[in-house]
Ligand binder design. Structure first.
Ligand SMILES: [Fe+2]
Length: 300
């Protein structure tokens, strides 16, 4: 058996020309992808590039075309799962190309990589058993993860039936993130119920928070990748340049992972204001944050 090398991109938030980013402030994500591409392609060869959601900023077909064209330039095969910014129908119809897939499970060496959908619990049955996005776009966009019974059952079944020695789960929303703004009690409870039974799961790789991180959840290591849209360091209280993660999956079930940042003068590590830091930590609500910003603007 051999060591499996994977690069993880997350939160690429591709935009079509002249479109504005959802929520305002963002890096030019095409420029960020080009910088990440140059960094990644200069590294050793990868067996796979995993992309963990928020592929398109508004979930539009034109944005998936941009994303798929960019991903197809990578030397390694690419496989992706959706995030809360993605829209199920457009994602499903617009992404796949010969080297860019939306597979749910990929075996490499003695590892099984599962690509979970942490938006499944907010989706609705269309009456024929198929899940579709909720009518209100914001119901999916503003959710901080929900597996629902279907996705949890699928994870149980896949872990129980795989012939691989080790399982790693790629998913947009990491369970119990350390940044409070992205935390959700119900989602955390779903994972707490599940994870103890998935005894062959050696780790989880997510995104969503735009805060690169590594922590342990119920004795399982959780790795959070940098984003391409904007990126934060809550300890240093600064912005971060765009980046990605690299992983080595050893045949004994151990994982080593490193955050790779495209340190570049185009993305300086600007200090974060106190209010932004408090917002990201979950100490302020969006309403309280907006009030502070409005007060500051009125004073200036
Ligand atoms: Fe995102």
């Amino acid at each position: 058996m051999r060591t499996v090398r994977v690069a993880q991109l997350s939160d690429t938030h591709f935009l079509e020309a002249d479109a504005s980013p959802e929520g305002g402030f963002a890096y030019d994500t095409s420029e960020a992808f080009d910088a990440v591409y140059a960094h990644l392609e200069a590294d050793e060869a990868f067996d796979l590039v995993a992309v963990t959601g928020d592929i398109a900023d508004h979930g539009r077909v034109a944005q998936y075309r941009q994303a798929a064209a960019a991903f197809a330039t990578l030397s390694a095969p690419v496989n992706i799962c959706p995030g809360n910014h993605d829209q199920h129908a457009a994602f499903t119809a617009s992404v796949a190309r010969p080297t860019v897939g939306t597979s749910r499970a990929i075996d490499l060496g003695n590892w099984c990589f599962l690509f979970a959908d942490s938006n499944t619990g907010v989706m609705v049955d269309d009456g024929s058993g198929h899940l579709i996005d909720p009518e209100n776009y914001d119901d999916r966009l503003h959710a901080n993860g929900s597996l629902g019974q279907r996705e949890a059952s699928w994870l149980r079944e896949m872990c129980a039936t795989t012939t691989a020695d080790h399982v790693f789960i790629w998913v947009h929303h990491p369970p119990a993130p350390t940044s409070g703004l992205s935390a959700d009690e119900a989602y955390e409870a779903e994972w707490r119920t599940l994870i103890g039974d998935l005894t062959n799961v050696r780790g989880i790789g997510g995104g969503h928070t735009h805060i690169p991180d590594q922590y342990t959840f119920e004795n399982v290591p959780v790795f959070v990748a940098p984003a391409l849209k904007n990126n934060f360091d809550l300890d240093a209280q600064t912005m971060l340049p765009p980046g990605y993660r690299t992983y080595e999956f050893a045949d004994d079930g151990t994982i080593s992972s490193t955050v790779q940042l495209t340190d570049d003068p185009r993305w300086p590590r600007h200090p974060l204001g106190r209010a932004v830091t408090s917002l990201l930590r979950g100490e302020l609500t969006w309403a309280e944050f907006d009030e502070i910003v409005a007060r500051k603007q009125a004073r200036s």
